[in-house]
Design a protein around this ligand. Structure first.
Ligand code: FAD
Ligand code: NAD
Length: 479
């Protein structure tokens, strides 16, 4: 037993899983005085994912895009409990979440701790895992690009490849392998990473290690006939042309089937429809083929009969309630609400739930007060005319509060960085669409993301990182 603040028995317990875009969108806007709020996440910080590709080359230092959850929660009206742990399963019958503090991975010698948390209301915002489609060799040989640790590993491995390629007497064949950086997946993650990598070599490695930089190559492999499938045709063309100008070798209609220690094996569909096998040696392989279900979500899907056909996540209704449940909501990449798995959607969903929950608390308070006043009327206590007017006004307010409109996503546009200080933007403009690509769009991209950073602290740090890299180049020391 420790001396932590005890939950208020008069309030419902709201458990929030995750500290990403969805959950933090909720926590930022939630009136925490209305509930006993408990947050569970293995990550004790919020991560501004749009700038994660820039961390792989050291253009931005990773701590500049992290915001500690403790700092976020400190500003809330009522205390919120946070447990650094992973939710391993949810029991919707008993209304408990099993949580595991896998301390072994963090503090040597510490034991794994496991416990249960009961909830009245549960919000699942655990995001997604990296999809590998069970392709052999992917997990063992590639780097992903989802978390801070991934970006740090990539940064280290890039310099590993460069330093090993520069080693005395290195064979030409080995230099070519080490200097081939292969990216699988031509979605925004793969394209942005390829662009950042090209900038790093052009702007820094060329100056620092000129003897090997001409051997540098980026190969971007995509199974579909084009990259960035969610962007407009004009921007897809612009992106592909820009990538080609940047000497990025784009291999379209090429599906990776197997990965071994030093090579990727893929099947290419040729113009005449025949298929060919291709072997691409690599020094570093970055796998960016989108999202897959997290185990806790898969486990829960199996426990709710109404979710038997859900494949991509927890199907939710227009109020983000998980279908087949009454007190579980889902937001972000783990929820299927009919929108793309993006930060924009997740954060709007989180904000919506905060409004909904703030409203629900008000409803409860109003209903309680109406009940109290009605019984005083029945007992003929006080001035009955005054009480009746108060009840009437409360009922009017209640009707207004209860009339919460369903969640509706408002698309603010898609933006992606494509290297050499160019970006593409698909932005809704009045009743049409505004599509732009180039250097001006790059400035728009930078200012948009700077303004979206979580805190002023993050904003200042990111700005300083950009200035620092411009003035002194990226830091290539390998930690
Ligand atoms: P996340 O933000 O991934 O958060 C999930 C949270 O759950 C994390 O805190 C995690 O630690 C926690 N968690 C995981 N497992 C458990 C568990 N078992 N129990 C409890 N907690 C758990 N989208 C855009 O709109 N614009 C962009 O520019 C953009 N750029 C991106 C760049 C990259 C490199 C990547 C990878 C994604 C990008 N996205 C972008 C997509 C965007 O990041 C995701 O759609 C968004 O993060 C989804 O939010 P979320 O809250 O569902 O999940
Ligand atoms: P994605 O799902 O958008 O793209 C993955 C790509 O990998 C697909 O085009 C798919 O065809 C390809 N692929 C799958 N298997 C393959 C194989 N075996 N061989 C070759 N190619 C294969 O994934 P992502 O880029 O990680 O993005 C995930 C989500 O995050 C998306 O919703 C995206 O919009 C969002 N995001 C947005 C931005 C941005 O707005 N700038 C940046 C990153 C991510």
């Amino acid at each position: 037993p420790n001396e932590q603040v005890q939950p208020d028995p008069t309030k419902k317990t709201l458990v929030v899983l995750g500290t990403g875009w969805g959950s933090v969108g909720l926590l930022k806007n939630l009136d925490t005085e209305n509930y006993n709020v408990i947050v569970v996440s293995p990550r004790n910080y919020f991560l501004f994912t749009p700038l994660l590709p820039s961390c792989t080359t050291g253009l931005i230092e990773h701590r500049s895009i992290m915001e500690p959850v403790r700092t976020i929660l400190r500003h809330k009206k009522a205390a919120v409990k946070y447990y650094e742990a992973e939710a391993s399963s949810v029991d919707p019958e008993r209304k408990v979440v099993k949580i595991v503090d896998n301390a072994d991975g963090k503090t040597k010698g510490a034991k794994t701790a496991e416990t249960e948390i009961p909830y009245d209301m549960l919000v699942i915002g655990v995001g997604a895992e990296n999809a590998t489609f069970g392709i052999p060799g992917v997990r063992e040989n590639s780097c992903f690009l989802k978390e801070i640790g991934d970006a740090q590993l990539i940064r280290k491995k890039i310099m590993d490849c460069v330093e090993r390629a520069s080693f005395k007497g290195q064979t030409q064949e080995e230099i070519d392998r080490l200097m081939n950086f292969v990216v699988v997946g031509g979605g925004p993650t793969g394209v942005e990473f390829a662009g950042e990598l090209r900038d790093f070599f052009e702007e820094d490695i060329k100056k620092l290690i000129p003897e090997i930089s001409h051997r540098f190559k980026v190969t971007l492999i995509e199974a579909l006939p084009n990259v960035l499938p969610s962007f407009s045709k004009q921007l897809i063309e612009y992106t592909e042309n820009t990538l080609r100008e940047e000497n990025i070798d784009i291999k379209l209609k090429t599906m990776v089937k197997r990965v071994t220690e030093g090579a990727v094996e893929a099947e290419v569909v040729k113009a005449d429809g025949t298929k060919e096998l291709l072997k691409v040696p690599y020094g570093l392989l970055v796998w960016a083929t989108g999202n897959a279900l997290r185990p806790v979500v898969r486990d829960l899907l199996g426990k709710i009969p109404a979710q038997k056909d859900s494949r991509r996540g927890l199907a939710v209704n227009e109020y983000l309630v998980v279908q087949g449940t009454r007190d579980i909501w889902a937001v972000g990449d783990c929820a299927v609400a009919g929108y793309a798995p993006t930060a924009q959607v997740a954060s709007q969903e989180g904000t919506f739930l905060a409004r909904l929950f703030n409203n629900m608390a008000k409803t409860d308070a109003h209903e309680g007060r109406i009940k109290e006043l009605s019984s005083s009327l029945n007992l003929k206590q006080g001035n009955s005319a005054e009480v009746a007017t108060e009840i009437e006004s409360l009922e009017k307010q209640l009707r207004r509060i209860k009339d919460v409109k369903p969640f509706k996503y408002s698309h603010q546009g898609s933006l992606a960085y494509i290297g050499s200080e160019k970006a593409v933007a698909d932005v809704p403009w009045f009743n049409g669409n505004f599509a732009a690509g180039g250097s001006l769009t790059f400035l728009f991209w930078r200012s948009a993301y700077l303004s979206m950073c979580f805190s002023s602290r993050n904003r200042v740090l990111v700005l300083l990182d950009w200035l620092k890299s411009k003035a002194f180049g990226r830091d290539v020391s390998r930690e």
